[in-house]
Design a protein around this ligand. Structure first.
Ligand SMILES: Nc1ncnc2c1ncn2[C@@H]1O[C@H](COP(=O)(O)OP(=O)(O)OP(=O)(O)O)[C@@H](O)[C@H]1O
Ligand SMILES: [Mg+2]
Length: 365
């Protein structure tokens, strides 16, 4: 059993808490990513699980073992937690070969020689570096060095893997390749993994579950799909997705047949099952959920194209209408041009509504 349970964890270095009342349940074999901006408490959370820091309050449980409990006076040191750690600076020994970098930790554990050899060969194969075993780190690319660090970690056969921004030292192309490798590796090993990043694409692509943190607090825990399509608050909504989610201030008006969202001349039914009264709300819509037409259509909103930004696979069209400014994502190239008048329509089913005061998602009743 290697599920991880964090119960009411608090940790402060200064007056402002680094982690505040964190409850988290990471299921066995799950890949959970802690996502959030710089300083939100991601590394602190990982160090608490690893035992490199002690919480001020709370409990940390892995499987059926309590690793830390202030109340019960339990503290298991890091080396007894059976964890594999990879941090941003993965520090390989420069004067040792790839094989030696991997076997060193196993030799320190006094494993038999043939067992060490078996594991070194196996992990090198897993990260596809078998031919590089006698090279030195300086003779490898950044991505290969990173893979050696991964190999070294999995050679110890940890039951839990903790990774703190392990790809941030790599260039953009390599980062994308390494994502696929990490995902494949997790599939092979099925070790419970906690991964820390501020990169929302990394979080979306790799994870079974994402925990979004802000200022030491958990804002939302959910699958990538839930985080993307039903952000719990406007912070999460803005933090995930590129280009950013569109935010539209407006109001709910109750009409004879149904409730409608009004903003400028736009009027959209809020959908069945939604009933959160009338008044000011903030609506959101993802850039790919806005439809466009070059000709006038009844009920659609006429807007002016502000910019057209093709990247090849997609084009971002930004538009303006009085106070409204929106980004729209279209597939491939488009013949829409700057300063064109176009008509847009929102996919009503994809819109979410937020309380303007609390910025929390208004849920259907
Ligand atoms: N050893 C420390 N002493 C004092 N304050 C600390 C210490 N470590 C972290 N902090 C503070 O705790 C808060 C959370 O830090 P943490 O390193 O967990 O953030 P993070 O989410 O990992 O950020 P980043 O994305 O920049 O790595 C920050 O405000 C940080 O300044
Ligand atoms: Mg950090």
């Amino acid at each position: 059993m290697s599920e991880i349970i964090l119960k009411s964890i608090k940790k402060s270095y200064t007056e402002t808490p680094a982690v505040w009342g964190l409850d988290l349940h990471i299921e066995e074999g799950q890949f959970l990513t802690i996502l959030g901006p710089s300083g939100c408490g991601k590394t602190t959370t990982l160090r608490l699980i690893a035992g490199l820091e002690d919480p001020d309050e709370g409990e940390i449980i892995i499987g059926d073992r309590i690793l830390f409990s202030r109340e019960k006076g339990i503290y298991v040191p890091p080396e007894k937690r059976q964890l594999g750690l990879i941090f941003q600076s993965y520090a390989l020994w420069p004067h040792m070969t790839v094989a030696k970098n991997i076997s060193l930790g196993l030799e320190e554990k006094r494993l038999p020689k043939d067992e060490i050899e078996r594991r070194v060969s196996q992990v090198l194969q897993q990260v596809q570096l078998s031919e590089y075993r006698d090279r030195y780190p300086s003779e490898l690319s950044g991505g290969q060095q990173q893979r050696v660090a991964v190999a070294r970690m999995i050679a110890a056969e940890p039951i839990i893997i903790l990774m703190d921004e392990p790809l941030s030292n790599l260039d953009a192309m390599l980062r994308v390749d390494m994502r696929a490798e990490l995902k494949h590796l997790h599939h092979d090993l099925s070790a419970t993994t906690v991964y820390v990043t501020h990169d929302q694409v990394e979080a979306m692509t790799l994870s079974d579950k994402i925990a979004v943190m802000m200022e030491g607090e958990l804002r939302q825990l959910g699958t990538p799909r839930e985080i993307y399509s039903k952000p719990a608050d406007l912070f999460v909504a803005r933090f995930v997705g590129s280009p950013r989610i569109n935010i539209i201030e407006g109001r709910i008006v109750s009409e004879t047949d149904a409730d409608y969202f009004h903003a400028e001349t736009l009027r959209k039914p809020v959908g069945s099952g939604l009933d959160f009264g009338v008044g000011q709300v903030i609506a959101t819509i993802r850039p790919e959920d806005i439809h466009v037409s070059k000709t006038e259509r009844r009920g659609w909103l006429e807007v002016l194209v502000y910019s057209v930004l093709p990247t090849g696979a997609e084009t971002i069209v930004t538009i303006q209408k009085e106070t409204l400014s929106l980004a729209i994502k279209l597939g491939g190239f488009t013949d829409i041009e700057m300063n064109d008048a176009i008509w847009v329509d929102f996919d009503a089913a994809k819109m979410n509504y937020y309380d303007p005061k609390t910025e929390k998602l208004l849920r259907s009743v």
